[in-house]
Design a protein around this ligand. Structure first.
Ligand code: IMP
Length: 180
């Protein structure tokens, strides 16, 4: 999928270019490496949207990290949240005493993250922080507030870099507005 004249008409403007994503993810990785020095955090990726971010972030962290994944569904095939969060795949790791970093693609209403964090905090981690690549302006209440945020973006529906609409565009290497 190239950004040429035969560009997909569903794609609006580029919201964050590939090099800007790479640079910011490296900064987040460096911050986490400093903050967690001497520890072995467990990165919990929220599937499917966080899979690209998580793989770049993990490689930007200069510590021993472990990774695990959860899959949740909040939107189905829609572009608006239904407010209902379902766990589709649970973690394999035991969180007891672990330093957990929840790696999320994007926060909009905050419902997905709030639900997940409540659920994970109930499993007895030593600590739990959130690293969100994107937070939308005017987002809902986020508890706990993400310790690491890649970018704050306008209230657009964005695709690419792991984010989809109806399972498409996850492999786009940059973030674009979806205009349908
Ligand atoms: P929230 O529960 O409203 O905060 O929405 C979070 C989840 O909705 C994210 O993990 C995404 O899966 C999805 N989502 C929210 N906004 C977008 C978007 O602009 N593009 C693609 N997915 C989105």
């Amino acid at each position: 999928m190239s950004d040429t004249e035969d560009r997909d008409p569903a794609l609006g403007r580029v919201v964050i270019a590939e090099d800007a994503l790479g640079a910011r993810v490296r900064e987040l990785g460096a911050e986490i490496s400093t903050d967690y020095a001497g520890r072995q955090p467990l990165l919990v990726g929220v599937l499917k949207g966080a899979f690209v971010f998580m793989s770049d972030l993990a490689r930007a962290i200069n510590l021993h990290v472990e990774v695990d994944f959860m899959a949740v569904s909040s939107y189905g095939h829609a572009t608006q949240t239904s407010g209902v969060v379902r766990i589709i795949k649970d973690l394999e790791a035991d969180l007891t005493g672990r330093d957990v970093i929840v790696v999320e693609d994007i926060v909009d209403s905050g419902l997905t993250l709030n639900y997940l964090c409540r659920n994970l905090l109930g499993r007895g981690p030593a600590s739990l922080t959130v690293c969100a690549l994107l937070v939308k302006e005017g987002h809902g209440e986020i508890d706990p507030a993400p310790a690491y945020v890649g970018f704050t973006i306008p209230r657009l529906f964005v695709i690419g870099y792991g984010l989809d609409v109806a399972e498409r565009y996850r492999n786009l290497p940059y973030l674009a507005e979806y205009i349908g």
